[in-house]
Design a protein around this ligand. Structure first.
Ligand SMILES: NC(=O)C1=CN([C@@H]2O[C@H](COP(=O)(O)OP(=O)(O)OC[C@H]3O[C@@H](n4cnc5c(N)ncnc54)[C@H](OP(=O)(O)O)[C@@H]3O)[C@@H](O)[C@H]2O)C=CC1
Ligand SMILES: N[C@@H](CC=O)C(=O)O
Ligand code: NA
Length: 437
């Protein structure tokens, strides 16, 4: 049997933040210390933990705690792990770390989606590593496959469920009919939601993740501001019921596509919005805080990544994986991949993106109603795929599913239909994904 080589100089780690994720990072570092030493080839030593409230009870030796995150970064540390969240002070702290040549591991999607370019430039200037697997889809290995394993292929589309909190809420609305407020409270208790859960519910968190995914997949820079964003606050029990009746489920999807624009050049479209998908679609069976992401690449074809997208331990797993990678790089004197944003692709406005709509209407059951509604679709050059009319007298309903058309044309169609005297109420309007257009 070969003998293990003696471990080298310890890799000294500063942890910024010790909440839901940070607590689990500390636990895993402690419980797996020997294995980590063997895998890295040197001990991985936690030398300090920066928090906001040092007197809060936590399972961390008191001598490691500090409120001086900047001072901790400035001390003799090799790697900075940031799980504070938000833009400041995280941005200033991580720029200081990278400029000083210290490798950074972060779970902070909000920061990366807004200031990723600046962080990558600081990392390149000093030769430090910047790893962030936990920032998108929690435990699921997704960003390193995009940055490394698929770097030789050409990715055309990325589509998936990337927010655990909203998926937890939508699954509950569909399954038990539980109320929105109750379920959001439960997601917060379970550590899935952001410090401010409106970031989840209003789609900001998923939009930040979509920006990161599009940037890595298409080798360009997409920021959160480039992403069309709609959250789940407007999804009603009526939408979920309408979807169920048609054999569909409602999911909050992030969709990143590479397309040829009207001038023949390449463009990307990046969007986050609720959509109805067929129950037979693999994403329809992704429930609770699980995430799943489809990647389509020219040579590889379709790939699907699935697993826990939120929660302390799953997210800490991704953080530890990155920590091992950057620690190994330190031990051998190497560096992981740099940012690959050489393609300067424009971002196509949502209005010009082809989508499909499901429209459910409460209408007067008079002769000619269907013809009037169909005329508005035709006027906007929107072709109808399915029409279903139900009921008699005062309780008639009309369900229309369109073929693919420009989103702005679909939006104008719905606005005009809402104003028709024969339409009593627009019960549900939602985009349709995951089936032939
Ligand atoms: N929770 C999850 O499922 C996931 C979270 N993430 C990301 O991980 C990051 C952390 O999330 P999470 O653990 O849930 O957040 P928490 O709110 O649970 O923890 C935040 C931690 O940061 C500390 N903190 C806040 N301000 C400062 C400061 N100025 N200086 C030092 N420490 C500070 C807090 O200290 P104190 O404890 O004293 O209040 C707390 O320990 C975020 O970027 C989040 O988006 C990513 C994937 C999944
Ligand atoms: N709040 C996020 C946490 C993980 O990124 C979510 O619900 O997905
Ligand atoms: Na991940």
């Amino acid at each position: 049997m070969s003998e293990r080589k003696p471990a080298g100089r310890p890799v000294r780690v500063a942890l910024l933040g010790c909440g839901t994720v940070g607590t689990e990072v500390v636990r895993l570092l402690h419980e797996q210390a020997d294995d980590l030493t063997a895998r890295v080839g040197a001990p991985v030593e936690l030398v300090g933990v920066a928090v906001r409230r040092p007197n809060k009870h936590r399972e961390v030796p008191a001598e490691l705690l500090t409120t001086d995150a900047a001072g901790l970064i400035d001390s003799d540390v090799d790697v900075v792990v940031e799980v504070i969240g938000g833009i400041e002070p995280a941005r200033t702290l991580l720029l200081a770390a990278l400029r000083a040549g210290k490798s950074v591991v972060t779970a902070n999607k909000a920061l990366l989606a807004e200031h990723g370019g600046e962080l990558f430039e600081a990392a390149d200037a000093s030769g430090a590593d910047l790893y962030f697997e936990a920032a998108v889809a929690g435990a699921i290995p997704l960003l390193r496959p995009l940055r490394e394993s698929l770097a030789g292929d050409r990715i055309t589309r990325v589509m998936g469920i990337v927010n655990g909190t909203t998926n937890f809420i939508l699954s509950a609305m569909d399954g038990t009919g539980a109320s929105y407020a109750e379920t959001l409270e439960e997601a917060t208790q379970l550590g899935y939601a952001e410090a401010d859960p409106t970031a989840d519910v209003d789609g900001f968190d998923a939009a930040a993740k979509a920006a990161i995914l599009a940037s890595l997949a298409f080798h360009t820079r997409v920021t959160a501001a480039d992403v069309h964003r709609e959250g789940i606050a407007s999804v009603t029990a009526a939408d979920v019921a309408a979807a169920r009746e048609l054999g569909r489920a409602v999911k909050l999807l992030a969709i990143c596509e590479r397309e040829v624009d009207e001038t023949g050049g390449e463009a990307v479209s990046v969007r986050v919005h609720p959509a109805m998908i067929p129950r037979s679609h693999p994403l329809a069976g992704v429930n609770g805080a699980f995430n799943a992401v489809f990647v389509e690449a020219e040579a590889a074809g379709q790939l699907m990544f699935y697993g826990q997208g939120a929660g302390g331990a799953p997210t800490a797993s991704a953080v530890l994986g990155d920590l091992v990678a950057v620690a190994r790089n330190r031990v051998v004197g190497g560096r992981g991949p740099r940012e690959s944003a050489y393609a300067d692709l424009s971002v196509r406005p949502m209005g010009q993106t082809p989508t499909r709509y499901h429209v459910s209407l409460d209408v007067a059951d008079r002769s000619g109603v269907l013809a009037q509604v169909a005329a508005v679709f035709a006027e906007h050059d929107v072709s109808i795929a399915v029409v279903r009319q139900q009921g008699r007298g005062e309780d008639a309903s009309l369900v229309v599913v369109t073929h693919s058309a420009q989103d702005s044309a679909l939006q104008s169609t719905v606005d005009k239909i809402a104003g028709l005297p024969v339409v009593r109420e627009v019960v549900s309007v939602m985009r349709v994904e995951g089936e032939e257009s």
